[in-house]
Design a protein around this ligand. Sequence first.
Ligand SMILES: [Zn+2]
Length: 163
Amino acid sequence: MLIARALLDELIAHAREEAPNECCGVVAVEFDRSTAPPSQAAVGSAAVDPALRAVSPGGSARAARVHRTVNTAASPLKFEVDGKELLRVIDAIERDGRELGAIYHSHTRTAPYPSQTDINFAANWPGVEWIIVGLAGGEDAEVRSYLIEEGQVVEVAIEETAM
Ligand SMILES: [Zn+2]
């Protein structure tokens, strides 16, 4: 997805605040109007699973807002989100006319690559990007994004924009 430097910095700041525990949250996205809108049929299927539109070819998702959530596990090794909180955040995103584009969390001790736990969790969120903020490298945080479909992990680009 396209993401402004300021939002990327928000993700990194959240990760640093929660360290050594993992942080977590979601990124709301908007779609560039310059790209062709999905056909009516596609909109219909997106209503069933709005996340699927996040990866529809030709639509370029642009991060619009970072929504922090609480890691109820409060652990350096994993994160958990309260289901009610997640639903509340997704409602807020939809009220803003946006879509759930990514779920993010941090890895404070390991490389920013999805763990088996992440892969299992992601099975519930098809089409949603999986952003990991890696802090293990020291000063420079490493932010990566993946699509995880049926247990297959594919890294996707994070294109940083000025605004
Ligand atoms: Zn993880």
